[in-house]
Each structure stands twice: as C-alpha cells, then as structure tokens.
Design a protein around this ligand. Structure first.
Ligand SMILES: Nc1ncnc2c1ncn2[C@@H]1O[C@H](COP(=O)(O)OP(=O)(O)OP(=O)(O)O)[C@@H](O)[C@H]1O
Length: 304
C-alpha cells in the first residue's frame, strides 16, 4: 500500500490553480517533493493534512481518506511547517512537551519523549532557554522535534533547510535521513533545490505549476544517463574519432571524453580502442549524473 496516494487532486484559488489534477503514489522511505517556489508543494501538504480543502480529487495517507478519516490520519502524521511559527517566549522543552500532550501522551511520557526528541535533533542545554533567542538552525530543529515527538508513522517536512547556511543544511539533511534509517518513519520532504535531496532521498517527485513532471527513484533518475569518463594521453579529439569509429557514443568535455554506458561491454570496447590505437590510458571511471543535470536535460528537451 502506498504511504500517500492522490487521484486527480486539484486546488483552485481565485487567481491561480495551485494543484492541477495531480495523481501520484508515494511509497515507504524518504521521498523528495521538488518544485520551484509556487509549484504547489505546500498546498499539497496542507491538503493531505486537512488544513485546507481540495477543490476536487481524492487522496489517502497510510490508507486513511483525507476527508472522511482526517483525525485518524493526523494522529499518525508529523508536520514541520515551512514558516516561522514558534512562540518566542516559550522554551523548546515547554513547547514540545505541550505539543506531545496535545497529541495525547500522558505528562510523564510527554516529558520523556520531548527530552529524547530534542536530544535527537541536537538541542541540549539550550532547550531550556526561550525560543525567541534561537538561531534559524535551532528553530528548524525545534520544528522538527515537535513533528517527531508523538512517534508518527510518516512526517511531512516543508523546506526544512530554508534559511540555513551550508553546514546547517548538511546537518539538517543528515537528520532527515536518520528519521527513516533510525526510526523507520516515512518522510516526505519538500525543497526547491533538487540537488540537495538526491543525497538523502530514495525517490523524487517533481511538480511544476501543480502538475507532475516526473516521479521515480533517485537510482532510476541517474542510471538512465550514466557515462564513462575517459582520460587519455593522446589528443582528446583523435581519441574521440577513434572511439566513435568503434561505434561508441562519445562527447568531449574539456580534457575528458564522456562515453555513453550501454552495458558492461562498453568498458571492454573502450579498453580495446585505447590499446589498439595506443591512446595511453590515464583514467576510466563511471561518471554518474546528478539528478539536477538530468532534470536540466529533460527541461531542454521539452523546450527545444
Ligand atoms: N491561500 C492562498 N490564496 C491564494 N493563493 C494561494 C494561497 N496559497 C497558495 N497560493 C498560491 O498557490 C500557488 C502554490 O503555492 P504553494 O505555497 O503551494 O507553493 P510551493 O511550491 O510550496 O512554493 P513555496 O516554497 O514558495 O511555498 C502559488 O501560486 C501561491 O501563490
């Protein structure tokens, strides 16, 4: 059973269609929901949580219908909203304990879970200080902790790396990955940066203007465009001709030659050409595309 399933989900505002007949299935693991600002990512999360109503279409989360079964659904989901929404005069501990109790945990269990969760997200002594004095990174961690405190089966994280510096981003991304690897919780995480999600996601869903552009595993995304990077002592242009004559698809990228990797035989073919033509092998290694490059190529194809 998919963790999230939508069927022609549509949301129209008076001036804009935020989601346009979106049909997707999202499975277990960490899934990235990617799209430019305004693509409809936050709107999708809010509809799935029952915070805003869809204009038409249906959806389920963990098998619960978003309209008729909203209470049961929300008890199993954690949500980290995008924008700053934390009370500045409360401490992280007070807030997370309060929200744990609102989720139905008895006081002592709520205290224990809040302490564990805040430690897990990397807030220690600071957790007793008012949130108003926290850095952006610390506030993001509080938002993450409150999404996890009731031990949900799935969490929705809306732009968790927003406003963080590169080191803060890396730490947050590692934390997001560990939500699944350490606790088995499914994660749907949004970002407008495709590149940052490939490191931590099992699957990626790309939306644009409220419609689905592509949905696949990260491995499929990159495998389809694997290349071998070849460096030789000979002139790269001469090597390019020799490789092309042998029936290989090859392009030059500076000093490197990028050979399309059809199957394992491609390695043998390249080796034979390099040896026969005495090109002088310096390096031969797979060069896996980043999903951002794959996406750029697809966008170029669509436009051209
Ligand atoms: N309450 C609202 N009233 C009117 N239009 C809205 C409302 N909420 C969102 N929109 C519009 O719907 C579209 C999708 O917005 P949404 O916030 O879902 O995008 P997003 O992909 O999450 O982008 P961002 O990262 O900037 O939040 C945008 O054009 C936005 O202006």
């Amino acid at each position: 059973m998919p963790v999230i399933s939508t069927e022609r989900l549509t949301k129209r505002y008076p001036r804009v269609t935020a989601l346009d007949a979106l049909t997707i299935d999202i499975g277990d693991g960490v899934t990235g929901l990617v799209g430019a600002n305004g693509a409809g990512k936050s709107t999708l999360l809010k509809i799935l949580l029952g915070l805003t109503e869809a204009t038409s279409g249906t959806a389920t989360v963990l098998g619960h219908d978003i309209v008729s079964d909203g209470l049961a659904l929300r008890s199993r989901v954690g949500y980290m909203p995008e924008h700053d929404c934390l009370p500045g005069d409360m401490s992280a501990t007070e807030l997370v304990v309060h929200l744990a109790r609102m989720s139905g945990l008895p006081t002592s269990a709520a205290r224990e879970r809040a302490a564990d969760t805040l430690r897990h997200v990397g807030l220690y002594e600071e957790r007793y200080r008012p949130i108003g004095g926290y850095s952006t990174g610390m506030k993001q961690r509080v938002k993450l902790a409150q999404a996890l405190v009731h031990d949900p089966d799935v969490v929705f994280l809306d732009e968790p790396t927003n406003g963080l510096d590169p080191a803060g981003r890396d730490e947050m991304l590692s934390l997001v990955r560990r939500i699944h690897t350490d606790f088995g919780i499914s994660v749907l995480v949004t970002s407008h940066l495709l590149g940052e999600l490939e490191r931590i996601c099992d699957g990626v869903v790309i939306i644009d203007g409220g419609t689905l552009l592509r949905s696949s595993t990260v491995a499929d995304f990159t495998r389809s465009s694997d290349r071998l990077a070849l460096e030789v002592l000979a002139d790269p242009d001469d090597a390019l001709v020799a490789l092309a004559d042998a029936g290989l698809e090859v392009v030059r990228d500076g000093l490197l030659l990028l050979v399309a990797l059809e199957d394992d035989e491609t390695y043998d073919k390249v080796r034979d050409v390099v040896a026969d033509q005495e090109l002088g092998l310096v390096r031969l290694a797979p060069r896996r595309h980043h999903i951002a490059e794959v996406f750029d190529e697809e966008a170029t194809r669509v436009i051209s």
